[in-house]
Design a binder for this molecule. Structure first.
Ligand SMILES: Nc1ncnc2c1ncn2[C@@H]1O[C@H](COP(=O)(O)OP(=O)(O)OP(=O)(O)O)[C@@H](O)[C@H]1O
Length: 452
């Protein structure tokens, strides 16, 4: 345990030293603390190992026989920008340490060092990695600009689901989250990561429909420099970046067949290859996937691999739509109101009885996302002490009517209403995208943003 009482984070550690004795001591000392250690004697082996696995921390001797360890610093960072490099040096001259730091090293250790000094540095680097992961998660949440999702519910079915998710989080099992768009599948995925023993390691999110198949493949598995036009540098990919953590694959039903095959192999063997490389790499990443599509239907009509479906469908949690848990509408609305009032410096204390009735009576086809958007808009547009009917969108309070072109209304409102209208009058998303003159990935992002 650390001084703060936190459990030590198990790190992937690479040791690069030409002295067998140092390799042995460092490996023994850090493995004993629960870290996964790989020790090598030269730069080429170090790079080879870094290509195969993702490391959190690397101890690099500045003198590797005839080689200079300094050159290894940028090479390791190019492959894994998150790795913390500690240089080991018998001649700790200020100049060499400064040069190493300039090249991206995080710390240094002067030879000879004691096991305690080694553990201290590893502990510090572990804390740094943990803080970076937490910061990245906070930044992602802040970008979502949502209130903290507390995952509480007044509905008995939802409470049981939350309990099951907590139990599933403890295991290594793949979790498949099903449910209509906007029900909170991403919220559950984040909670599962937070509740899991992997919480201190990174969580990555990849939205499958947001990019074409080849881009998705490179996003997930990475690519080597020159693998395709525009691949000007190596990209380690999300799987490598999530080593030890969780990867959330959103809307997996839309994953292209080529990517499905690669994902299946990764799930089965924990092995994958970067685009443009034939070398097999390993990674320890837990998969959580979500879908709002009928995956079994997609298996039946050949659009989704049956073998992948069975691999994913180990623990399936189906999140009920908001209309099936109306007791959650007002508590969620109150949370959203408080959040958006703070964010917009407004003082709206609650909902008028008419507004509350409209909120509870609405079917919420866009679920919690739609409710959140409705409250955000009510806060931005409303000026009274309470949210009233007039502050709610037209489809929730139909007598209010939609704004006409040229009315005093935000552009986003016109865009949302237009997208809703076109979607209602077209037979497929593809047709709707064509009518709107945007590609399907853009339409997908807009639908998400507006809770459509
Ligand atoms: N329990 C909750 N508490 C607070 N906010 C919630 C809750 N559930 C969902 N939300 C909010 O609703 C919005 C939609 O949630 P989320 O993205 O998790 O839905 P989803 O089911 O993953 O949607 P999609 O299928 O479109 O990806 C987000 O802004 C999220 O923060």
């Amino acid at each position: 345990m650390t001084e703060t009482g936190e459990k030590n984070l198990a790190l992937g550690v690479l040791v690069v030293d030409d002295e067998a004795n140092i390799r042995k001591t460092v490996s023994y000392c850090l493995s004993d603390q629960g870290h996964r250690v790989v020790a090598v004697g030269n730069a080429a082996d170090a790079l080879e190992q870094a290509r195969r696995r993702s490391f959190d921390l690397a101890f690099v001797d500045l003198r590797l026989g005839a080689e200079n360890g300094m050159a290894l610093i940028p090479a390791l960072l190019a492959d894994s920008p998150w790795v913390k490099i500690v240089v080991i040096t018998a001649h700790a001259s200020i100049e060499s340490v400064v040069e190493a730091v300039k090249l991206g090293a995080a710390d240094y250790l002067a030879k000879p060092f004691t096991p305690d000094q080694l553990r201290l540095v590893a502990g510090r680097m572990g804390q740094l990695r943990r803080m970076e992961s937490e910061l990245a998660a906070l930044q992602a949440d802040a970008r979502g600009r949502g209130p903290e999702a507390r995952l509480q519910s007044r509905s008995a079915g939802m409470q049981r689901l939350i309990e099951t998710a907590r139990k599933a989080a403890d295991s290594e099992a793949i979790v498949l989250l099903c449910g209509e768009s906007g029900t909170g599948k991403s919220v559950f995925a984040k909670a599962i990561h937070r509740w899991s023993p992997r919480a201190a390691k990174p969580m990555g999110v990849v939205a499958c429909p947001a990019m074409p198949a080849d881009l998705l493949e490179s996003e997930l598995f990475g690519h080597a420099k020159g693998a395709f036009t525009g691949a000007v540098r190596d990209n380690p990919g999300r799987i490598a970046a999530c080593e030890g953590g969780t990867l959330f694959l959103d809307e997996i039903g839309d994953m292209a067949p080529t990517v499905q095959a690669k994902l299946l192999r990764f799930i089965q063997d924990k092995e994958y290859e970067r685009l443009g490389e034939s070398k097999a790499r390993k990674a320890d990443v837990r998969i959580v996937a979500a879908t709002n599509a009928d995956l079994e239907g997609r298996v039946a009509d050949g659009r989704f691999r049956e073998d992948l479906f069975y691999r994913l469908n180990v623990i399936c949690l189906t999140i009920p739509p908001l209309r099936q848990r109306p007791e959650d509408i007002m508590p969620l609305a109150a949370d959203f109101l408080a959040h958006f009032c703070r964010a917009n410096h407004k003082a709206i204390s609650g909902f008028s009885p008419r507004a509350e009735q409209a909120l509870i009576g609405h079917a919420w086809p866009g679920n919690v996302r739609q409710l959140r958007n409705a409250i955000e808009r009510a806060v931005i547009l409303g000026g009274g002490a309470l949210v009233d009917l007039a502050d709610l969108p037209g489809d929730i309070a139909p007598d209010i009517g939609a704004p006409a072109i040229g009315d005093r209304a935000p552009l986003a409102l016109i865009e949302e209403l237009h997208i809703r209208g076109v979607l209602a009058n077209t037979a497929s998303l593809q047709e709707a995208a064509e009518v709107l003159g945007i590609d399907q990935a853009t339409l997908w992002r807009r639908r998400k943003a507006y809770g459509v």
